[in-house]
Design a protein around this ligand. Structure first.
Ligand code: HAM
Length: 439
């Protein structure tokens, strides 16, 4: 956090009282400070490489959409709807708009709008960026968070479900995550879900008054979501009930068996979760989550599954699909817990120190050229060597280079390797090659 905390400490008490206390990031949101950027970039780079090597292309939908894009897709019993977790607003034109709570709906809207079903199947799309949910903030749960999202559209084959899971597993492995638990289940086809929901309605209807308020609400809209309740009383009731997997039909079961056999064949470890229920309603057949054991109650790093009816429900052509999204914040928390080696900020290669007024403009011009190859900063006014070298050290530079009248006459720079103290005089024309050889 370094200099950013320092800047805060130097603000006068009046400023602190009048401004800073009010001007804070909104609850559940946070800044990604410069020194944290390299970790975020690392996650983006690994995900991008793995996905694009598999032919997944990037699509960036807008951050907000017409509200119905989400209300039509996530389902009326999703927490996003039931617990009013969407950031919706009316714009000046009277349109109801919503900040995306997830990517899938926007990607499907784009798929339909651009007639992508005409492209050869499968159509593989990935996206990245912030998403917004008005959830109660806690560790691992924020109101603005960031997802990497992947959708594979056009094929019903179980191989696609397995490939989606394998891609995610590869990304997490390459990031260095350990302690991963892959939970795999199936929510069956719509008639299976209907039969299971009917069963739950009957069973849970008899004990309605013993259920928590949220579960009573869920019972009306989508009884399966009661399985997801964190309430201990609800859980005691749920433990006695049959599971979604007990209700899946022959076709969904065969599909599930196939997904499992691909994963076993590819040595991807997983655990069957016979009651996996996703928080969004559009899934059918395969549903999965990757959890991490050490990041607290919000342990789901990722969630996903198959959604064969979604595009059609949103007014598009019949198009099967499977996808997932992972939360970058939770993945970074998990990497910290696993003590994974994460890249740190790139070091500054060179800090130029002008020792007289004439050298100020000289080093600034020299830096412009050097920056085509290296990261270079300089002091903006003349410095004595001691102060200049301290500044170079604070900037985290590998080398510092001093320039005064003596160096001007000789056409050189006096270089210092800041870690070892080694000093070398290098001619101006050779300095770039010198750096290239030494960095
Ligand atoms: P989801 O399970 O709602 O699925 O979210 C996926 C992941 O996003 C979660 O596992 C978690 O890591 C992260 N996440 C969700 N909400 C928050 C939050 N409030 N704070 C921090 N992280 C959060 C979806 O979003 C689906 N659209 C995934 C999908 C894509 N299914 C098919 N295609």
């Amino acid at each position: 956090m370094g200099c950013f905390i320092a800047a805060f400490l130097f603000l006068s008490p009046q400023v602190l009282n009048s401004t800073v206390m009010k001007l804070q990031a909104v609850k559940g949101t946070f800044d990604i400070l410069p020194e944290e950027q390299s970790k975020w970039r690392f996650v983006y780079e690994v995900a991008q490489r793995v996905l694009e090597h598999a032919g997944v292309q990037e699509l960036s939908p807008p951050i907000f959409e017409h509200s119905e894009v989400f209300t039509k897709s996530v389902g009326e019993s999703a927490d996003l709807v039931v617990q009013k977790e969407m950031y919706s607003f009316t714009d000046l034109g009277g349109r109801s708009l919503t900040l995306r709570p997830e990517f899938t709906a926007g990607v499907m809207r784009a798929f339909i709008e651009h007639g992508m079903q005409m492209c050869p199947s499968p159509i593989k799309l990935w996206s990245r960026g912030p998403a917004f949910r008005a959830e109660k903030p806690q560790k691992g749960r924020y109101r603005q968070f960031h997802q990497i999202n992947c959708e594979i559209l056009g094929l019903k084959h179980a191989l696609v479900d397995a490939e989606a899971i394998a891609l995610l597993y590869q990304i997490f492995s390459e990031l260095g995550l350990k302690n991963l638990l892959v939970k795999l289940g199936s929510v069956g086809d719509p008639p299976d879900r209907k039969a299971y929901n009917q069963y739950l309605r009957e069973q849970l209807g008899q004990v309605q008054d013993k259920l928590s308020e949220v579960s009573r609400e869920r019972l009306k809209l989508n009884p399966m979501r009661v399985l997801d309740s964190k309430d201990e009383g609800d859980q005691a009731i749920v433990r006695e009930l049959k599971r979604p997997l007990d209700f899946i039909g022959a076709e969904a079961r065969a599909h599930f068996e196939e997904v499992k056999s691909y994963l076993r064949n590819w040595d991807i470890p997983f655990e069957i979760d016979d009651s996996i229920v996703r928080g969004l309603d559009y899934y059918n057949r395969t549903a999965f989550e990757f959890h991490h054991g050490d990041i607290g109650s919000q342990s789901a790093l990722c969630g996903g599954g198959r959604y064969d009816g979604l595009v059609e429900n949103m007014g598009g052509p019949k198009t099967p699909g499977v996808g997932w999204a992972f939360g970058i914040e939770r993945v970074l928390l998990a990497l910290e817990q696993d003590r994974a080696e994460l890249p740190t900020q790139q070091r500054l290669a060179l800090f130029l120190i002008p020792m007289d007024d004439e050298a100020v403009a000289e080093v600034a011009k020299f830096a412009l050229g050097l920056r085509q190859r290296f990261s270079v900063e300089h002091a903006y006014t003349r410095r004595n060597p001691g102060k200049g070298l301290k500044e170079a050290d604070r900037a985290g530079a590998v080398f510092a280079a001093l320039r005064g009248s003596k160096e001007r006459e000789a056409g050189s720079y006096q270089l210092k390797h800041l870690a070892s103290g080694e000093q070398i005089t290098v001619s101006q024309t050779q300095l770039a090659d010198f750096l290239a050889a030494r960095l």
